[in-house]
Every structure is written in C-alpha cells, then in structure tokens.
Design a protein around this ligand. Structure first.
Ligand SMILES: [Zn+2]
Length: 93
C-alpha cells in the first residue's frame, strides 16, 4: 500500500500533508516508484530526485508525477520500503 503521508522530511519533521502525487522514474518500459509527495513539495522532490540520479542512487530516467487518483498500482514497480528518503533541510541563512 501507499504511504498516507508525503515522503518529504523537512528539517527532521515528516510533512503532514497527504500525498497528492506518486513520483516515479520512467526508464524505457519500466516505471519505478520512488515516493509520494504533496503539491507543495513537488518541485523540491523533483530537484532531489535529479540529484539522486546524478549520484546513481536511483535509475536515470524521466521523472513523472502522477496524480494519486490516476495510479493503477499494478503497473508500477515499487514498495514503500524501497522509497528513497527525501530528507531535506532548509539552507541555513
Ligand atoms: Zn509535503
């Protein structure tokens, strides 16, 4: 099952918003689910995934955001246990 919270951890705190998008990486015919995000954190997640791809931590492919309601879970590979950790920390000013 999908988590019921956005995957983002901000400054050590789990985002409390319900997930609105499933974040996945599409590589040729495969789609790898990497997390879920609320609308507010969509851009942050996108940037975070790109940096993880640059570090070869997740497959390099097209990042896609699927509205949660549209997701058919049987066509997506992934398990919440495999989701990447999306800890973010605000830059110190
Ligand atoms: Zn969030």
């Amino acid at each position: 099952m999908l988590p019921d919270r956005c995957s983002i951890m901000e400054n050590g705190k789990q985002c409390v918003n319900p997930p609105e998008f499933v974040v996945s990486v599409v590589v040729e015919k495969d789609e790898y689910m990497v997390g879920v995000t609320c609308n507010k954190h969509k851009q942050i997640v996108s940037g975070k995934i790109q940096s993880l791809q640059n570090e070869d931590k997740i497959p390099r492919g097209k990042i896609s955001f699927l509205p949660l309601k549209a997701v058919g879970t049987d066509c997506i590979h992934g398990d919440p246990d495999d989701f990447v950790h999306l800890d973010i920390n605000n830059p110190k000013n």
